[in-house]
Design a protein around this ligand. Structure first.
Ligand code: NAP
Length: 422
């Protein structure tokens, strides 16, 4: 965690003469109070169901692990459908400022209309809060059904660049004034011909954003003693964006971590599993090929660093290998703020049915507890989920793939996890 965000927040706290409750994040010098204020957004669709289940489990785990000594103070902030209904705005400045001030938030999924005017609220949140790393661990829980023969070999963590690429939202509808102007500019000034009825999108990828993402991934691998970081890109086709991502990744690896990394390309085909003592192997793979690698040889990959769109596709595909989107947690992390959320969306067909699998958001909450430095509560939840599933208590998504199990509602699954926490 960078120091600038801490300094700003600490200054703000001092100004307010109030150091209780506010939460800054991660590494050295951070101060996590025993009663941190954490912002939450319920979310749309299945959001309210999985959030209620998650809150129940997080509170029980913190209570069991720390008694009265520690407690989360929840502060609701509005975004999405609920915000629009109550305030006429999908995402207000107040919500963004509250998350900035508290430093940590957890959220349910938010709807984005496809092909319509408003931009993704999720993307805006990530960009405006500087949440540049989307971090998604993919690990199999014993007993969860999987299409893999050896799902236990899938154990990766994806670092997806979260602020640029085609997600920057710079695009013009086909035959709009904007599209026509860009096409004319390309023709007249750049000598490039584009069909006149084309829609136009722009894919910006900067050296700075690419380097900070890759640096974060390598730092994580070193801290967690993981053998490799793989840069996943489509640089064979998009040379100056995706190709540059790879180049900048190697560059930052050399400059910032030179003594702690080795490059696969320098090792002349040496066994890629055997990293020299304490060193992280940096390798790269072309994105399309990577999709077959993670199915056929998942054990060869540990940390993945990749641009925004690749990361979005790859993390959903990886989630399928360990039980589906209902099992896939995530976190969006910046230098002064962190927002925890599941990998999946609002799953509208299950909205309000108390049916969805809450594990994705509960495990995002586990990541949040680890981020707070409360590992006892985090570990207790992981063990309770494992035990609940081993006892054959699961939601519909797992139940349809498992014989002789109890197919329970979202809220009941949470209750059964809470029982196993005690
Ligand atoms: P989705 O909401 O992620 O889910 C589609 C399917 O995935 C569901 O129908 C269900 O599959 C399965 N699934 C997802 N979450 C599950 C859970 N907790 N438990 C069990 N199964 C789960 O994808 P989508 O339909 O493409 O997107 C819907 C909306 O969400 C869109 O507006 C999109 O923009 C938005 N979205 C938001 C976020 C976010 O807030 N971060 C992320 C992605 C998408 P089955 O039908 O097979 O049971």
């Amino acid at each position: 965690m960078g120091t600038k965000g801490h300094a700003t927040l600490r200054a703000k706290e001092r100004e307010q003469g109030n150091t209780r409750g506010k939460t800054t994040t991660a590494d050295g010098g951070r101060r996590i109070p025993d009663t941190p204020v954490i912002a939450f957004i319920e979310g749309d669709g299945i959001g309210p169901d999985i959030w209620a289940a998650t809150r129940r489990v997080l509170e029980a785990a913190v209570g069991t692990a720390y008694g009265d000594r520690r407690k989360i103070q929840w502060q609701e902030v509005l975004a999405g459908g609920k915000a629009y209904k109550e305030t006429g705005e999908w995402l207000s400045k107040e919500t963004l400022q509250a998350i900035r001030d508290y430093g940590i938030a957890i959220k349910g999924p938010l709807t984005t209309p496809v092909g319509e005017g408003i931009r993704s609220i999720n993307v805006v949140l990530r960009q405006r809060l500087g949440l540049y790393a989307c971090i998604r661990p993919i690990r199999h829980i014993t007993g969860v059904p999987s299409p893999m023969r050896h799902p236990d070999r899938v154990n990766m963590i994806v670092f997806r660049e979260n602020t640029e690429d085609v997600y920057a939202g710079i695009e013009w509808e086909a035959e709009s004034r904007g599209a026509r102007r860009v096409i004319a500019f390309l023709r007249d000034r750049m000598g490039v011909d584009v069909d006149r009825d084309s829609a136009i999108g722009i894919k910006p990828m900067s050296r700075g954003a690419s380097r900070r993402l890759v640096a974060r991934a390598i730092q994580y691998a070193l801290e967690h003693h993981l053998p490799s970081v793989t840069l996943v890109h489509k640089g064979n086709i998009m040379k100056y964006t995706e190709g540059a991502f790879m180049k900048w990744g190697y560059e930052v690896a050399q400059e910032m971590f030179g003594d702690d990394v080795v490059f696969e390309s320098d090792r002349g085909g040496a066994d890629e599993h055997a990293s020299p003592a304490g060193k992280v192997i940096i390798k790269d793979r072309i994105a399309d090929m990577m999709f077959q690698q993670v199915l056929l040889r998942p054990e060869a990959y540990h940390v993945i660093a990749t641009p925004n769109l690749n990361g979005d596709y790859l993390s959903d595909a990886l989630a399928a290998q360990v039980g589906g989107l209902g099992m896939a947690p995530g976190a969006n992390i910046g230098d002064s703020c962190a927002v925890f959320e599941a990998t999946h969306g609002t799953a509208p067909k299950y909205a309000g049915k108390d049916k969805a699998n809450p594990v994705s958001l509960i495990l995002s909450g586990v990541m949040m507890l680890e981020h707070l430095g409360w590992p006892e509560a985090a570990l207790a939840i992981e063990q309770a989920i494992q035990k609940t599933i081993s006892d054959g208590v699961v939601t519909y998504d797992l139940a349809r793939q498992m014989p002789d199990v109890r197919d329970v509602k979202c809220s009941e699954f949470a209750e059964r996890v809470v029982e196993r926490l005690r």
